[in-house]
Design a protein around this ligand. Sequence first.
Ligand code: SF4
Length: 224
Amino acid sequence: MNLTSVDPPEVIRFVKKNYPDVELIKPRMSIYEMAKKKGCLPTRLVRWCCEEFKEMSGAGKVTLIGIRKSESTNRKKRNEIETGDRKFSGTFDQWSEHQEKMVTCVGGKDKILVSPILYWTEKDVWDYLKRMHIPYCELYDKGYNRIGCILCPMSSQKQKAKEIINYPHVKNNWIKVIEWLIKNKTYMSLSKNPEMAFKCWISKKPFDKFYADEVMQQKLEFKD
Ligand code: SF4
């Protein structure tokens, strides 16, 4: 399990308790330091965090992943067997010798991704966990339906609002990074206000749209 330094502690505790064999791999650099190096925070469109922290390992190995087609439009296009670079993408027919060779003969350095529950629905997952009495992370009982990093750019606004309250240190660390970026790089140079820049990052809006909405909001509050 590749850690990013913004992993929910509940997930780490769950893995340590239930899957003690899992190797927890610490990042060579924290996500905050990486953001300084990149000159920006990760966003939905520029998601450098996955590439740097999650996708870089697994070369020469087979990795089983839990993605499902029903999760998103992009995941709908995925296949049961793929190489990390998607040069091979297909369905694994265990009776077809030809396909078996195609899977086993990819270059030794390839990362082979196998998605055994690709066609499952969310209900299938929960039915299976309950029927087999498989433990799951407590965050699912606290309203989460997807667990990623704390304040992940892919999370919903509702989830992020909750995380700002539950993990205030993560917000504070990102504010410190933003302060550093405003001082040392050109990041959000229009703002000069780290709190405002943080709110903008969380909102997923482009800075000019976010700023215009904020000004409008302040005018409305002033009128009231
Ligand atoms: S879970 Fe979210 S924040 Fe974490 S690496 Fe993936 S995209 Fe980035």
